[in-house]
Design a protein around this ligand. Sequence first.
Ligand code: NAD
Length: 364
Amino acid sequence: MTYKIAVFPGDGIGPEIVREATKVLGCLTSISGIRLELESELIGGAAYEQCGEPLPASSLDLARSADAILLGAVGGPQWESLDYALRPERGLLGLRAELDLFSNLRPAVMHSQLVGASTLKPEVVEGLDILIVRELTGGIYFGRPRGIRVLENGEREGFNTLVYRESQIRRIAHSAFRIAMKRNRRVCSVDKANVLECTELWREVMTSTAREYPEIALSHMYVDNAAMQLVRAPKQFDVIVTTNMFGDILSDCAAMLTGSIGMLPSASLDASAKGMYEPIHGSAPDIAGRERANPLATILSAAMLLRYTLGENEAANLIERAVRDALDSGVRTPDIHSPGMLEVGTAQMGDAVVKAMRKIADSP
Ligand code: NAD
């Protein structure tokens, strides 16, 4: 079987980091029986420059026809003055909306070699492995009515609507429970049910859906407490499932527990687990084209793609182990560099992962 992967390098460091991830996937093809057909298209600012829009029809067609999508990053200062509809970020949001990618998975894994890079004490973050499942296409970011209106007394009032249908809550609950079944089977649902009726419903639907997963231990936590617990004792969590806005905030907080934005992958899945995989960071225009970008978040996104959409767990494990081995060998891109380590560029880091993969494959 050949899997078709749509590849969108995007802008800034996007092409550099995606180049390394495709190098790793090429190596995987050569050492395993997995056949991957990679096809690239433009998105974001690069697409705007060539086609006048951030998500051309040919890019959307490729995304629709592929089994999975690997994306670098979009955006840059040169496009910030464009009309909202033409900005690079619209390409990304357009893909999420068109493909109904409602389930956003953000792992925060502490690599033992990088414990010193965290702002938290080593004993708090050592061995950390949590996954935040964020609802991505509903909630207050999309609810209507929304806007800014002028009141009778002339004062302006801003308003947004927090709204979730039962079906939206149920499908993100299923997504979180299914993923937790492949992990430690503990799910913490984060809400603000003491204040917001919408999340009271969220809690009810989470609880009723959990009955279909008797092996899952479901707990509930208010979002303010969850924020506190994430920095106090993050290892108490396995899977956290939460709304769009709470997930937006908590996942950035969890990401920083691990110390480096260049290490963290993400996935956005639809109902059949087809997905788009990308690093959590942006296009880093400040270091673009200088071979200083860390490609590991994108390489780990490719590993997630193999695990969550293609079901190729062994291949995903191989890549993740190779990343650990590469770090063990002492190579570091500038963002994760520390004294005594060997500073390398983007391509050299990709090479180190490929070398580690070959070594693992050759070992008896
Ligand atoms: P950013 O994540 O691009 O960069 C923040 C800082 O982290 C910068 O100092 C950058 O050099 C560093 N950094 C990021 N990724 C790195 C990597 N792989 N290796 C080493 N260092 C890395 O965030 P920003 O500067 O706020 O945004 C820059 C552009 O990216 C903006 O146009 C923004 O809209 C866009 N953006 C895109 C996405 C996306 O494509 N998903 C996400 C966030 C921001």
